[in-house]
Design a protein around this ligand. Structure first.
Ligand code: 57M
Length: 353
């Protein structure tokens, strides 16, 4: 909004720059989360205590019974506000990303509130169906948008690419829904999901900036997507709000992001990977989410095949490490370390091709 006011109307050049607006979006979202955090957490705590808390009786998490689970609001509102303030509002990619973010936050919020008030969230079938419906809207719009192509590019290989045509819609839906659920599965220890999510968001902020700049894109032999640079601002707002949230979610957590946070963050990482044409790079930088999801798939498949045997002490894999007796902050910090290394590898794909 400020872009249109200060640059287009008043001709103040500073507001033209993505870098300036990204930095401002980061600070806006960070301070909003930090300032409103204590108040929101207090209100959520009162609300949840009234309803009896969400009972968890496994892997020593019983002490977390009264930690409020609706903390996603501390990410969602600051990100949306900051994005509307600092992004260009005539950019289709900004609106598609916001739509994905808000619709998945809506699914999660509904589920979180139901879990607290009715002790049971929405069924996984309904949740999955809603995710597919909401993901198919940006997928279809991208498919018919004439300035966006349906080519899938491969990292490390300059000339390896496939035009998926109408199947691109399926790829977009898959990226959004799978990432959304993968982040959700990962969200089981203090700071575990938000750390890698922010590292992934920052990596994609860099990628969006490069992909949206014709000179950098040409120099690096990466696809050029005009207008995608604005997503840097959205992702920096997410980084800001996420850091503010981590302030309270760090061990021992005062708040959890709930499905509202995990589903929405995962979904936007998926859609941003699509818009920046770096879908496969998401599997590298978001490797933690991939491994967490695979651990569940392997555990369930092995359990069924062997009639009741387990590979991991418990899945997703962070529970396995917990059961081995590794302290929660150590597991989380080590996973962040791996995540940072994966981000470096993902960024290396820019030069190695
Ligand atoms: C998300 N939710 C956390 C919090 C958070 C198919 C199966 C593998 C599904 C999976 C599952 O339900 N995943 C959904 C996991 C929960 O956190 C809430 O949920 C939100 C995210 N959706 O924001 O509101 C608990 O996680 C802990 N937590 C923290 N710190 C945080 O910052 O400590 C969360 C955030 C919180 C808190 O204790 O209550 C969760 O784990 O429930 N199911 C599982 O993960 C279950 N695994 C399992 O059953 N494994 C089996 C099979 C099916 C693979 C096996 O290994 O044999 C675990 N979850 C539960 N019990 N509830 C383990 C057992």
């Amino acid at each position: 909004m400020l872009y249109h006011l200060f640059y287009q109307l008043l001709d103040i050049n500073l507001f033209k720059y993505i870098t300036f607006r990204s930095f401002s979006a980061l600070l806006t979202a960070f301070f909003l989360t930090l300032i409103f955090g204590p108040y929101v957490i207090r209100r959520l705590k009162i609300f949840q205590r009234k309803k009896g808390g969400v009972v968890r009786d496994y892997t020593g998490h019983i002490q977390k019974k009264y930690v409020p689970t609706l903390g996603g609001v501390l990410i969602i509102f600051p990100v949306v506000f900051s994005t509307l303030l600092w992004c260009r509002l005539d950019n289709i990619y900004v609106w598609l990303t916001l739509f994905t973010f808000i619709s998945f936050a809506g699914i999660g919020l509904y589920d979180d509130i139901k879990k607290v008030t009715k002790k049971k969230g929405i069924s996984s079938k309904t949740k999955f169906l809603l995710q597919i419906i909401f993901a198919s809207i940006p997928a279809y719009i991208l498919y018919i948008y004439p300035k966006f192509n349906t080519i899938l590019y491969f990292p490390f290989f300059k000339n390896l690419q496939f035009d998926l045509g109408v199947f691109y819609i399926g790829l977009v839906i898959f990226m959004v829904v799978a990432t959304s659920n993968a982040v959700n599965l990962t969200d089981g220890l203090d700071g575990l999901a938000i750390g890698p999510a922010l590292i992934t968001a920052t990596t994609f902020a860099i990628l969006a900036y490069l992909v949206g700049n014709v000179v950098f894109a040409k120099y690096l032999h990466i696809p050029y997507v005009a207008g995608s640079g604005e997503l840097t601002i959205f992702l920096m707002a997410l980084l800001g709000a996420g850091l503010g949230f981590l302030w309270f979610n760090s061990y021992p957590a005062e708040v959890f992001m709930g499905d509202a946070g995990s589903l929405s963050i995962g979904a936007v990482l998926g859609i941003v990977s699509v818009i920046t044409k770096h879908e496969l790079v998401l599997a590298i930088v978001g490797g933690i989410f991939v491994v967490e999801t695979l651990s569940v798939i392997i555990q369930v498949a092995y359990f069924k095949l062997t009639g009741g045997k387990r590979i991991f002490l418990m899945a997703p894999i962070h529970h396995h490490f917990e059961k081995l007796g590794i302290p929660e902050p150590k597991i989380v910090t080590r996973i962040w370390i791996i995540s940072i290394l994966l981000a470096i590898i993902a960024l290396a794909t820019l030069k190695i091709r």
